[in-house]
Write a protein of this length. Structure first.
Ligand code: KG4
Ligand code: ZN
Length: 337
């Protein structure tokens, strides 16, 4: 009988300290998430130095709690997988250093995981039957990528943002209309009361790349020139035109690759308007659409453990020279042997 594999994932790339235990890449035994949102709220965004310090303060407790909730001893873990990039360097270093220490002390295998790969893998947990190949649209605070996932560890970036990530644009729109941080969920909520009546520019890059700085600036200028503009209408119109840009490229990618399975990932894939639009697209284009459950869309260690599993079963591992790589690209295999 095949032996079960238990992965301990650690995520600390931004403002969530998380540790999860995942069995065979798909089954969550625990997923402890300590969010720093309340702390960064006071500053209107994530303060990197504060983020690193908060990770340091809680990481030990978060890992202990994850093992306790999974009812496992560290000796029963097969591999320790921290996120090693991309992300804030100081924040990443906390998880990477902790994982290296734990691996050294216990003799357990160490394997660094790419955070973007983790976002994709969140879908393997939500959909136990989901298998590559598929197209993946990763929309988060730091990334906007359209990727062909040929196999569990094989990726081809078809397009990405040339400027702002879509989540950054959501957060900026929230800030200018006075909703505060974190912006995405607040824009989502207010937009439900709005009408799609404000015209905003959309950018066509000519290929499968994205650009969100134009629409973001248009919202800032409109709000500045018309302080009494209806904020709910502005939020919904922003969502509408930003989604048009996502949808246009997804339709093009389906036509170029002939792949009719589309998977969404990342914090922005929680957005209810975007989900509604992609559900409509699925019906119209006769494609299949997948989204992770909301608590697996935003940063968490279960998705890191799942991605770690698929690399581990291919025989990959890292050694104690592993370092944090803040600008790590999807598909790069630094730190992996
Ligand atoms: O994936 P994530 O937790 O972190 C990164 O890897 O960047 O994504 C965070 C981003 C933030 O920009 C946040 O505003 C956005 O996801 N977000 C949303 C929603 N929930 C989170 N954006 C739009 N609608 C939402 N419901
Ligand atoms: Zn993320």
């Amino acid at each position: 009988m095949k032996k079960d594999i238990y992965v301990l994932g650690i995520e600390s790339s931004c403002d969530e300290t998380s540790c999860a235990i995942v069995k065979n890449g798909r089954e969550i035994l625990s997923n402890v998430i300590n969010s720093q949102i309340k702390i960064h709220e006071n500053y209107g965004g994530v303060v990197p130095e504060i983020a690193s310090r908060c990770h340091t303060e809680v990481i030990n407790q978060v890992v202990k709690q994850a093992l306790k909730e999974a009812n496992l001893d560290i000796n029963e873990i097969d591999v320790i997988c921290p996120t090693y990039g991309p992300g804030l360097v100081g924040a990443l270093l906390v998880g990477v250093s902790y994982a290296k220490g734990l691996s050294y002390a216990t003799g357990k295998t160490l394997l660094g995981v790419n955070h973007i790969e983790g976002h994709i893998a969140a879908n393997y947990i939500t959909y136990p039957e989901l298998k590559p190949p598929f197209l993946c649209l990763i929309i988060s605070g730091g990334h906007t990528h359209l990727v062909k996932v040929s196999d569990y560890t094989e990726f081809q970036i078809l397009g990405k943002t040339r400027d702002d990530a879509i989540g950054e644009a959501f957060d900026k729109v929230a800030r200018v209309v006075g909703l505060g941080y974190p912006g995405g969920p607040k824009v989502d909520k207010l937009a439900k009361e709005g009408k799609e009546i404000i015209n905003l520019p959309i950018t066509h890059m000519g290929n499968l790349d994205f650009s969100f700085s134009g629409i973001k600036t248009a919202v800032i200028n409109l709000n500045h020139k018309n302080p009494n503009i209806n904020k709910a209408d502005l939020c919904l119109s922003f969502e509408k035109f930003a989604t048009d840009m996502l949808e246009n490229n997804v339709i093009k990618a389906i036509s170029e690759t002939k792949i009719k399975k589309v998977v969404l990932a990342g914090g922005v894939s929680c957005n209810s308007y975007i989900r509604k639009r992609f559900d409509e697209l699925a019906k119209k284009e006769k494609i299949e659409i997948f989204y992770p459950e909301p608590n697996l869309c935003t940063d968490n260690a279960a998705m890191i453990a799942s991605a770690g599993y698929y690399n581990y079963i291919e025989g990959k591992q890292s050694n104690l020279n592993m370092n944090a790589i803040p600008n790590l690209k999807l598909g790069e295999t630094n730190n992996i042997i």
